[in-house]
Design a protein around this ligand. Structure first.
Ligand code: SUG
Length: 439
């Protein structure tokens, strides 16, 4: 069956800010309290989408979620009119107000885990919304994310949208950021790699491990994956403690290629052996391991070399790495990329994109997209308004230019008119995407 990979990027919302909310995410902590530029952030994200549309790829988008999340503030005991709730929260619980305003749904690699129909028992495309239970601000996302996924993938002849796993630490799940699908070609049956950071119930030292083995196993079962085609391995604690809060900070894969840092997995040899065995009869795995001597773990995490999109591009025989400009700016990673493409390995080109506003919260090109491999019939059955043409990108950018602020400081969240601005901007975006039902 022929199929293509559609990247559903998160449209960056009008409340994008540097809340310092993610322990273990070094960029989020480093930039906490800085003034953000939501307009520039959203335009950067949309330009990245345009780059891929121009390259001939099919590009989708997921809308921003409603912010502030009043349900959270009401649960925390604030009540009255919207204005009173915000005034009170700003005075008495400013951190909670930042949580309620977080635009973190932009990082759609964390929206869900996706298994294409070629891999599943019932021949449908399965998506499980991630509970994101480890970080408070992210744990708010899944109900609205599930609604967005249902609006876009609502046809149950082709799609099965699963609700998030239970909100208990044993089931901590961060979606596709800890999942890689490898295959001979998009439409062929593949091998799905799940990477977890801790066992359920395990109490480990260091930064939080946001994914459990139980979650990976549960999703593989629910999606109806063949057990011998699903590989579940542990991320190295060293990588988590160095700031790789998701596996996609140190690893990315596409087609038959796995590109990863030497320190990504607890046991690299066993990971590759399991992948090779799962791929038997399907494809020959091509591992591209970057040794610490060439790019240190610290440089990899700071530059986000691995948080790149690895793409099969029309008309190109080798894969293309769409990397953040920060990779070009750091000596070790730029030099590594030059050697990488000069060699005759599976990655033939590196293209740099500017997503600095998102990067400063720890979100690179790969965090900003959810990969959904779709057949032509599935593509035709999904909500067409969420698929982007250059004209639709222009229309979204026009909304962003008029309805988004270009400066947002922490104290601006206390301005109760900002909540109205966010609602109006979101409604205008939903209009363009023909997703008014989500308003
Ligand atoms: O969950 N940052 C996100 C970044 C997510 C990146 N996604 C992937 N690696 N796939 C996170 O830590 C920071 C928000 C703040 O501090 O305001 C934040 O949530």
């Amino acid at each position: 069956m022929s199929a293509r990979e559609v990247n559903f990027d998160g449209l960056i919302g009008p409340s994008h800010n540097y809340g310092g909310l993610s322990d273990g995410n070094l960029a989020s902590s480093r930039n906490a309290g800085d003034v953000s530029n939501p307009r520039e952030a959203a335009l950067q994200g949309l330009e990245k989408m345009r780059t891929l549309v121009r390259a001939g790829l099919t590009q989708g988008v997921l809308p921003p979620l409603p912010r502030p999340n009043f349900d959270l503030l009401v649960s925390a005991g604030f009540h009255g009119t919207d204005q009173q709730i915000i005034d009170q929260a700003a005075k008495r619980a400013p951190r909670l107000l930042k949580v309620a305003y977080s635009a973190s749904s932009m990082w759609t690699a964390n929206a869900a885990t996706v298994s294409p129909s070629a891999d599943t028992q019932d021949g449908r495309l399965h998506l499980t919304a991630a509970n994101l239970s480890t970080m408070l601000h992210r744990s708010l996302e899944h109900p609205d994310t599930t609604a967005s996924l249902q609006a876009i993938f609502g046809d149950d002849k082709h799609f099965s949208v699963h609700a998030a796993l239970p909100m208990h630490p044993d089931f901590a799940d961060e979606g596709a950021a800890n999942h890689v699908r490898l295959c001979a070609s998009h439409g062929a049956p593949g091998v799905e790699l799940f990477v977890y950071g801790r066992e359920p119930g395990e109490d480990r030292a260091g930064f939080p491990a946001r994914q459990t083995r139980l979650s990976a196993e549960s999703i593989a079962r629910a999606h109806g994956l063949k057990p011998d085609r699903a590989v579940i391995v542990r991320q190295s604690p060293e990588a988590i403690n160095a700031g790789a809060f998701h596996n996609d900070v140190v690893c990315v894969g596409a087609a038959d290629t796995l590109f990863f840092h030497e320190a990504a997995f607890e046991n690299t040899e066993a990971t590759l052996a399991e992948l090779r065995s799962a791929a038997t009869g399907l494809f020959d795995l091509k591992p591209v391991m970057v040794p610490d001597s060439e790019v240190s773990l610290e440089d990899a995490i700071r530059s986000y070399l691995f948080n790149s999109q690895l793409l099969v591009m029309p008309g190109e025989s080798r894969l293309v790495l769409v990397a953040p400009t920060e990779v070009q700016e750091a000596d070790s990673t730029r030099a590594y990329c030059e050697r990488l493409v000069a060699g005759n390995g599976p990655i033939g080109r590196v293209q740099y994109v500017d997503v600095r506003q998102s990067m400063r919260n720890g979100g690179g090109p790969a965090c900003l997209r959810l990969r959904v491999v779709m057949t032509d019939a599935e593509l035709a059955a999904c909500h067409q308004g969420a698929l982007l043409t250059e004209e639709r990108i222009d229309a979204l950018q026009a909304v962003v230019r008029t309805a988004y602020r270009d400066r947002l400081a922490p104290e601006d969240l206390a301005d109760s008119s900002f909540a109205d601005e966010c609602r109006i901007a979101r409604e205008a975006l939903l209009d363009v995407l023909e997703l008014e039902e989500l308003a």
